[in-house]
Design a protein around this ligand. Structure first.
Ligand code: ZN
Ligand code: MN
Length: 467
């Protein structure tokens, strides 16, 4: 049977400082090796001091994933040598003498399958290696320790997945959940990195390391399954090893024979004392945790009558659901949800575009009210959203500048309809014979008014004129 398990490293990007020192946790876009100190580069004699906020955020993740949080957590040294790890050990958590990592035995439901979470551990990120040119040919490697000590959680699942598709669905749901919880911005490059353990019947476990994109994760697992099955068909052994995803060639390549957990010689990190996790702390965190995606979705449907599909799209996207929360009231909620999901999401679908968006919650609420009060048609609203997103001007200004106000007074609408009747004599005859063709005439009127006419009023007038 195919078995796939995941180890997901998620940086707690919402934290200001590193896991065991007060250096800046954000390393992106900085000159190399400037946010470092004796602690995060592991100089002898330096003493780590645990970041309390990291424990709180990790506990929130554990609770949201249905994990048990133990009354006492502890840290371990995971020993290995690598240039990005100057201490020669990583401070992490490990359930060697009972559960002392921040979470264990959780689960997430994906579609109709329950994926078990074995544990969640708090650990420090190593530094970053930067290769000059092709890593396999280059003789030069740079090390940037700004990332060294950045706080992250590792989420380990049981090998419950059987297809690459399930894995992709899972990481999508998980990253939405982490974003929604306000612990991480998983869209940042390197914020979410996944190792996948893949095995088939009778084969050994193969680990694919450090995949940063969900699409590549799915592809790499897919490739790996085919590779293993083809070895098995030819009666060849599938050795236990660590492999890497080669993005260029779209294959996995052998990196090294896999080390076993015992090779890491875990031992207690005595420089970081055990931390008691009191029930009161968990209660307090629970109270302050953002509403879950599932409960948001239910609220949107039940309270505002937003269609299920729209509610689903809106609730899973933190950026847009935050915008919705700020913009809506009881009356215009449904219209705002509609504007966001049909017009806005397609317009600003990447982080860069979202950052540039000039639209404010007030714009959305003004626009929804204008639609509900028949001041503007939905077609014109689309034009208005484009303009607001670019300029940030108030809706009233844009409506008059672009002449988007709805053509409502009957006399000007009648004039336009008369014009259309004069120009489209054949279509008028057709509509008299067969009323189903009337939409052609309505369409002509909408075109002449640049979408500003009320379609149902237009239809009524045309029908009357046809009689
Ligand atoms: Zn430091
Ligand atoms: Mn790890």
């Amino acid at each position: 049977m195919t078995k796939i398990g995941l180890e997901i490293h998620c940086q707690l990007t919402k934290l200001k400082s590193k896991l065991f020192c007060s250096c800046k946790a954000d390393y992106r876009g900085f000159e190399p090796n400037i946010n470092i100190c004796p602690i995060c580069v592991g100089l002898p004699g330096s003493l780590p001091l645990l970041n309390k906020k990291a424990v709180e955020k990790a506990a929130m993740i554990a609770m949201r994933l249905g994990c048990k949080v133990p009354p006492k957590i502890g840290f371990f040294r995971k020993n290995y040598f690598y240039p990005d790890l100057p201490k020669n050990f990583q401070i992490t958590q490990y359930n060697v003498h009972g559960p002392t990592s921040i979470g264990s035995e959780g689960q997430i439901l994906i579609e109709d399958k329950m994926i078990r979470i074995s544990r969640i551990q708090i650990e420090e990120d190593p530094g970053r290696l930067i290769y000059e040119g092709d890593p396999s040919k280059s003789l030069t490697t740079f090390v940037d320790y700004n990332r060294s000590g950045t706080p992250l959680v590792e989420i380990v699942t049981e090998p419950d997945f059987t297809t690459p598709k399930q894995v992709r669905t899972f990481v999508n749901i998980l990253s939405d959940l982490l974003d929604n919880l306000g612990v991480s911005d998983t869209s940042l490059e390197g914020a979410l990195r996944v190792d996948a353990n893949v095995s088939i019947d009778k084969g050994e476990k193969v680990e694919i390391k450090n995949i940063g994109s969900f699409r590549n994760l799915e592809k790499a697992i897919h490739f790996e399954l085919i590779r293993q099955e083809s070895l098995a068909e030819r009666g060849m052994p599938i050795p236990s090893e660590t492999r890497q995803w080669d993005e260029g060639r779209k294959i996995t390549i052998s990196a090294r024979t896999k080390e076993e957990e015992q090779d890491y010689r875990y031992f207690p990190e005595s420089d970081v004392p055990h931390v008691l996790i009191k029930d009161q702390l968990l209660e307090k965190l629970k109270e302050n945790m953002p509403e879950s995606i599932i409960s948001k979705r239910e609220r949107y449907v039940e309270k505002y009558g937003i269609p299920n599909q729209v509610a689903e799209v809106l609730s899973t996207d933190k950026f847009y659901s935050d915008l919705f929360e700020k913009a809506h009231n009881e009356n215009n909620a449904k219209e705002i949800a509609n504007l966001i999901t049909t017009d806005l999401m397609g317009l600003a679908d990447t982080k860069e575009k979202r950052d540039q968006l000039k639209l404010k919650p007030q714009h959305l609420s003004d626009l929804a009210d204008a639609i509900l009060n028949n001041k503007i048609t939905r077609i014109s609203a689309k034009t208005a959203i484009h303009e607001i997103a670019k300029t940030g001007k108030p809706l009233s200004e844009i409506t008059s500048e672009l002449d988007l106000g709805r053509v409502d007074d009957e006399s000007s609408l009648l004039n336009i309809i008369d014009e259309v009747f004069a120009e489209e004599k054949q279509a008028v005859e057709d509509a008299k014979q067969n009323i189903e063709t009337v939409n052609y005439l309505v369409g002509k009127v909408m075109k002449k008014t640049k979408g500003k006419a009320n379609p149902s009023v237009t239809l009524e007038i045309i029908k009357k004129k046809l009689k």
